[in-house]
Design a protein around this ligand. Sequence first.
Ligand code: URA
Length: 427
Amino acid sequence: MNVLDVIMAKRDGGELTPQQIDWFISTYAAGEEIADEQAASLAMAIFLHGMVPQELSRWTQAMIDSGATLDLSDVGRPTVDKHSTGGVGDKISLILVPLLAACGAAVPQLSGRGLGHTGGTLDKMESISGWRADLTLTELRNQLATIGGVIAGATGDLAPADRKLYALRDVTGTVESIPLIASSIMSKKIAEGTDALTLDVKAGAGAFMSDVESATTLARTMVRLGTDHGVATSALVTRMDDVLGRAVGNAVEVTESLEVLAGRGPADVIELTVALAEDMVRLAGLDADPASLLASGAALTIFEEMVEAQGGDLGAGLPVAEHTTQIKATSSGLVSAVRSRPIGNAAWRLGAGRARKEDPVSATAGVICLVAPGDEVESGQPVLELHADTPALLEQVIPTLDGAVQIGDEPLPSLPIVIEHITADSL
Ligand code: URA
C-alpha cells in the first residue's frame, strides 16, 4: 500500500477502501512508514471532503482495533456510560455516575483531562485529597461490580490510534470535522466495553459546535456509529450558551456537585442530570426513577464510596483559593445571559485549565457565578467571583469579563435545556 495513493484518493473526493483504511490506521498507530505530515494531509482531506457512512464505520472500527477492548460482561449489572462533548461548568459526570449506580447500572466512566476552556472530569476529581485516577483493570472491574460507578483515567491501550491522530489534529486545524470527531469519541467509548451510551452533544457559544444544526448532525452520526457497533446509543442535543450551574473550575465544581447529590443545587444542573439519567435508565433496561433517587440523597452515599475506593478523603475538605475578587453589575435590571465562553476562558486563565496536556492545573482556581439568567440585579451588586492562587492572575482576567454577565429589561423566555433527543429509532 502506498500512502500517497490513500491521501490523493481522499484529496480528489473519493471514498477510501476498507483495505486502505485498515492499513493507514494500523500503520500510523504503529509509528511505521507514515509521517505525521502525511497523516495530517489525510486528516485535512477528510476535513474537506467528509466520509460516507460505511467509510466512517470502517475508520472507527480500525481505530478500535488499534488497541485493546474491555469486556465488562461479568460485572453483574448492565453497563451504561455517558459522554459529553464538553461545556463550561459541566460537572454532570460527577453526579450522573453515582446516580446511575443507585439506579442499578454499572457506569465505567473513563475520562480524559481538560484541554482549553472546558474543564476535565479527572481534574475536578483530583481536587479531592488523595483521589487517584489510575486504576488497574482488576480494580475497575471490582469497583463496577461492588459500587457500580467508576470515574477513572482512560488507559493508553484503548484506541491508541485516536490519541496520536487527535494530537496531530489539534495542531493542524483539523479538529472540527464531524467524521473525525465522531470516530474519535466513539472509538474510545466502544473500546471501553459499555453496553449502552448516552451522548450529551452541546450546542451554543460555549460549545465545540456553536450551531444546533452541526451539533445535531454530529449527534446523529455518533448514534449511528454506536448502533452499528452493537452499543445501544442515543443522544441529547443540549444548550450551552450560559454557564451550567454556578461554579466553573475544579474544587468549586466538586462542591457544587456534592450539593446536587445531597438533593439541592442549581435547577439547570438537576434538569440536565435527570434528562440524561432517564435516557441511560431506558437504554440499560432498568426500572428506576432517577429524579426521586437524586432528591433522596442515595447517589451521594455512592459518590462517597466511589471516592473512598479510589483513595480520596472528602472529610479532609476541598481546597479553597487564597485570593478572590468580585465583579459587580454596572446597571440594574434582569440578567439575560451568563456567557459561558468568556467565563470558561477566564476560569482557564485563572489556572483551572491547561494549554498543553502536560501543564499542571490549579485545584482552587475558577469562577463562581453569583447570578443566573432571569435574576433581578441592582447596579453595584456582585455578579461574578474570581478565585486564583495569585492576585496577579485576578488582575489579568478581570478585563476579559466585560460583558460576560448581560443585563437587560425584558424577562427571558424559559427554554428547556434539552433541544433534541435522538434515538436509534429516530435516525
Ligand atoms: N473529543 C474527542 O475525544 N475527540 C475529538 O475529536 C473531539 C473531541
